[in-house]
Design a protein. Sequence first.
Length: 131
Amino acid sequence: EAALDARVHAGDIPHVGPGAVDVRLDWSRRGGDDGRFDAFGASASYDVVVLAPRAAWLSVQAGVRGELRTGDAMVERAGLGTTAAIELAIRRIPVAIAARYDEDLTDLAPGVRERAFVVEVGGAFRAGLRY
């Protein structure tokens, strides 16, 4: 299977509170021998730093997710879900390690809902983040 995603993390937004807003756009090609489809997703989450020692910071995230699907006629064209994550960002190097859980609130196909647990390692461009 193939997947690609990009994130924008915005902190220090007035009226948002002590956390930050995280927006994620993603694409994945999913399915098996019985049919394949492309999924275009977007999620918005609220992040709060729960621990910020000198070497790194640890944050928790919770949000909503939407998805549009093309391809296989057996899958629903749109879906809604939830997303939650815990992320460790290393201060000295632009690397973040995260564990994310996504769960559908709507059916992918009649009687079928997806759940995904994803472990991510990624680079980070940190312009002005102060944790």
